[in-house]
Design a protein around this ligand. Sequence first.
Ligand SMILES: NC(=O)c1ccc[n+]([C@@H]2O[C@H](COP(=O)([O-])OP(=O)(O)OC[C@H]3O[C@@H](n4cnc5c(N)ncnc54)[C@H](OP(=O)(O)O)[C@@H]3O)[C@@H](O)[C@H]2O)c1
Length: 323
Amino acid sequence: MIKVGIIGGSGYTAGELIRILLHHSKVTIDFVYSTSHNGKKISSIHQDLVHQTTQEFTQTVNPNVDVVFLCLGHGNSGKFLSTQQFSEDTIFIDLSNEFRLKHTFQGKSFVYGLPEIHKTSIKTASAIANPGCFATAIQLALLPLAHHNLLKSDVHINAVTGATGAGVMPSPTTHFAWRTANYSYYKPFKHQHLDEIQQTIQGIQSDFKHQLFFIPNRGNFSRGIFVTLYTHFEGDLSEAQQLYSDFYAKAPYTHIVDQPLHLKQVVNTNNCLIHLHKYQNQLLITSCIDNLLKGASGQAVQNMNLHFGFNETEGLQLKSFYF
Ligand SMILES: NC(=O)c1ccc[n+]([C@@H]2O[C@H](COP(=O)([O-])OP(=O)(O)OC[C@H]3O[C@@H](n4cnc5c(N)ncnc54)[C@H](OP(=O)(O)O)[C@@H]3O)[C@@H](O)[C@H]2O)c1
């Protein structure tokens, strides 16, 4: 059994991590650190865990845990780590964007934790920067093309996310009265995840010189990300399907689906489902994930599993809610 600590315990991604790890056969949750709820029962805040755990939030860390999951808002992971001294052997898995582009901190080298392409380096990493949620769904939609140097034009991306993507603290655009029966875009062409997507694409297809035109949207639902994107592709649909199926043949959570997708197929799972459609010389790629699982805590556990040599799917055999 390995011991894990979770920081930022009362937030959404921490709640999902606890829910997964309570049923993980190789893990003990050593501590769940919370600034705002120290001493309270975890299940009094994450109320889906009532009668699942008697553990309480704490502000005492065990410096000898095997893994620390950092579930803090952007810019707070480094600050937190600067106030603590963990064992040299402790690995950090950071869910924020702090180390996705900046790779070293306190002598630890952060590997970008996208298992579909970085499995080998995740196994030996001393720290892992978990990818962003939009970034995960978009990259998984593009990787097979980049792998074959087939990204030959601008990519037009439209994606919608649920309210949990914005974290637990209420804001005007996550307030029920605003969100329900509503829809809007935000940060058009400038979303912060574009940098990590560019970093990955350039790392695979170094001659990619085109634009990623990305419009993120706020959807009227709690969880999930649904991406449609299109770009130039000369081959026919069956060639594209073969290319994607081959690329993800060994990926336990990324699958090509024949029928058009809908979000409920992935909510409460660690899956990324991908559907392809050809129109004239454009390939339309749809991908969808649960932002809190494949987009955050599920992928973090997948990375932990790979790092420690556990079965990659341990703790993550989840079925979608669907109805
Ligand atoms: N939500 C998603 O879908 C998603 C997906 C991928 C990545 N992420 C990233 O994962 C991280 C956590 O996301 P989340 O949705 O779980 O956020 P969240 O619900 O807002 O939770 C963050 C937690 O961090 C702690 N915290 C907040 N402000 C802090 C501060 N100034 N200093 C120290 N601690 C602070 C709080 O927990 P305590 O008071 O209990 O310590 C808070 O509940 C973020 O960086 C986010 O961008 C989120």
